[in-house]
Design a protein around this ligand. Sequence first.
Ligand code: HAM
Length: 412
Amino acid sequence: MITKPKGCYDVTGQDAQIYKKIEQVVHAYMNVYNYKYVRTPLFENAELFKRGVGESSDIVQKETYDFIDRSGRTMTLRPEGTAGIVRNYIEDKLYGGLISPVKEYYFGTMYRYERPGLGRNREFTQFGVETLGSDDPLIDAEVISLSVNILKELGLDVNVKINNLGSKDDRDNYKTALVEYLKPHLSELCEDCQKRILINPLRILDCKIDGDKDILKSAPNILDYQSEESKSRFKKVLEYLDYLDINYEIDSSLVRGLDYYDYMVYELSYNDSLALGGGGRYNHLVKELDGPQTPCVGFACGVERIINLLKEDYNETNTIDVYVMAVNEEEKLKANILLQDLRLNGITSETNFLDRGLKSQFKDADRHGAKHLVILNSDDLAKGLINVKDNLTKEEVKVPEDEIIDYILGVL
Ligand code: HAM
């Protein structure tokens, strides 16, 4: 038997129902917030993620799925959506359009070669937004509140952790101070952090192993290394969130795993769950990828992690509106025409495809959770009538054939 690849999952049954529900809520919210739906390729030139997500990030260092195509080009299955959207923004010169900022959203599959576990898949789905072209803290607040409101609509009242990484200069000053502070404690750090101190010292702050150690608790605080401009920008974001009634907790150890961020970063979680989503401002990525200087902010949420939480108390049962039954072979053709009519009128309907007798059709209708049974028999049909049974109350009525659709629509 051939099994699915490690870290990949079939989305079926209840999970698939929840997946669909998430999609519906996301599309509806993106529509009212006026974000435009976009799709970018599932794979891109490897160079995009090296320069975009960053050579020093864990993702590029050890989590990308790379392959060489038949013409010898190195490609990478996308580990996230931001870099592709930025590539498209530059390639299609979207910065030249009349509407600014450009506000886009996506819903799609991502790939990371992670150690698989609950909520850590190798193939997973993200929805997210990118806004390109605005430096106004108002849009930081819009992005955060949009992500919070989508999860609230899905039944998850999430916690927001937020931090300010400051400008590149602020961060460079902070990095120097942090490295100076940590150098004498190098041997107390985990193996990964001993490497991080050279390539990405900020990541040591939110390391799962070292993050809680006392040496890190008394490390210099990034918020003490911000310029006045950066402080006032962050203060504005928080003020706007207050107005929107979005609760948050400032967490100066929140760094995020992608290299492109500056200024505001944030993460969403539910109780003690793994992060459900996260994002932040990235004002230099467009330039870094050879486009014009463009301030951007965005977020992405992990669909499988949301499903894992929602399925705990999801109990939607399977139902259909109508089950169409034919007593004899002669009525089958009529039943089939009626089935199409019902469906074309938006009524979810089913019939029997196994050529079973009436008793077995009743059982099948129950298995499908049919609310109404439409039973075609030749005696009634000869009088222009159709027998309709309410499958809950068991009441039966005879409805004129040409009124059947209106009748069903009326009782649903
Ligand atoms: P990220 O924090 O790497 O950010 O991923 C966002 C979300 O994707 C995570 O919070 C998590 O829910 C989900 N996720 C990530 N990795 C996995 C995995 N292996 N298995 C299941 N779910 C996972 C980004 O990707 C940025 N592009 C977000 C962003 C957009 N920043 C600015 N714009």
